[in-house]
Design a protein. Structure first.
Length: 317
């Protein structure tokens, strides 16, 4: 999961939204909306830090099991995910080195994007880039379980544009690779393109959309554009597209979650959580699950009691 070295209004990681709904950046900014890292994102940040250290300092991921990294205690499943990424990066570096003149393997490399003259698109940090004289591979680790399509992935295309500019690459192959161990399907997926095609996408898609954004943009609600948009609860265009009359906010409820990369291989975790809440006589209004996360919606007045009940259930206190 890539992060920005400094604040960037048009973060490459949000490009799937703003390239579709070009009015969204200024609208979100006008509302003063900001996001806080989710528990899911915190786990991803920790696993990514492990991968980075393993590449830079030649450390095996299992070394970190039981250690706290970025505020998260690394478990065996997280270390295994980090190992998949590390092994792939080392394998690809070896393959490319044997076939071509190696420029380098770069972990957490910041690329400037201000040369594009798109206000707000200043730069971004690439998880990993492998660069040779005739080939560029852009690698992004995704910890989430929601499938991320590698095909012409806009985040990786933008990173590729920055790397092509930074290293003055004139031609050759470009590989856009998503490493996503927690998703269904292949954990490692690569889209093969070229320097010429990436630059063509820059001219045909990115630059015209960037110009629209700077001019105020156009609201275009869609499943992809709105999925993680901070303004979707108050967006009039989304409301009109869905044909509903109002948004009701209930501040008397809260969400309680359990998160762990090992949940997928340990059945019964969700039922154990529900049993803890039932025994504590706490009513569940709504349930949401994924491969590594279970969330419930409960009355806010029961939040502390719910946390204690769940903690006691799992740790046998």
């Amino acid at each position: 999961m890539s992060t920005d070295k400094k604040h960037c209004d048009l973060a490459p990681s949000a490009s799937a939204r703003y390239l579709r709904c070009t009015a969204s950046p200024k609208y979100i900014k006008s509302l003063g909306l900001t996001s806080e890292p989710s528990e899911y994102a915190q786990i991803g940040t920790a696993v990514h830090a492990v991968i980075e250290n393993c590449i830079k300092f030649d450390i095996k991921p299992e070394y970190y099991i039981g250690q706290t990294v970025e505020g998260v205690v690394i478990d065996a499943a997280m270390a295994e995910n980090a190992a998949k990424a590390e092994n792939y990066i080392r394998k690809r570096a070896e393959e490319l080195t044997s076939a071509d003149t190696m420029f380098g393997v770069y972990s957490e490399i910041y690329v400037e994007l201000s040369f594009l003259d798109i206000e707000g698109l200043d730069g971004g940090t690439v998880d990993c880039a492998i660069i040779t004289e005739n080939e560029l591979e852009v690698i992004d680790y995704k910890n989430g379980s929601v499938y991320v399509d590698e095909t012409c992935n806009s985040q990786l295309m933008i990173y590729a544009i920055g790397l092509i500019h930074k290293f003055e690459l004139k031609n050759g192959a470009v590989n856009l690779t998503i490493i996503q161990p927690n998703s269904k399907g292949d954990a490692i997926r690569t889209y093969h393109t070229s320097v010429d095609e990436v630059l063509k996408w820059r001219d045909v898609v990115l630059l015209p959309k960037g110009k629209q954004i700077m001019q105020g943009g156009e609201f275009k609600p869609s499943e992809i554009a709105c999925k993680y948009c901070l303004a979707k609860a108050v967006c009039a265009s989304l409301k009109d597209s869905l044909d509903f009359n109002k948004v009701t906010v209930d501040e008397s409820v809260c969400k309680v979650s359990i998160v762990g990369a090992g949940m997928e291989s340990h059945p019964g975790v969700a039922s154990k959580m529900f049993e803890a809440l039932y025994d504590a006589n706490i009513n569940i209004h709504m349930i949401s699950t994924s491969e590594i996360k279970v969330s419930v919606l409960i009355d806010k007045v029961n939040s502390e009691r719910a946390l204690r009940a769940i903690h006691d259930k799992f740790f046998d206190i």
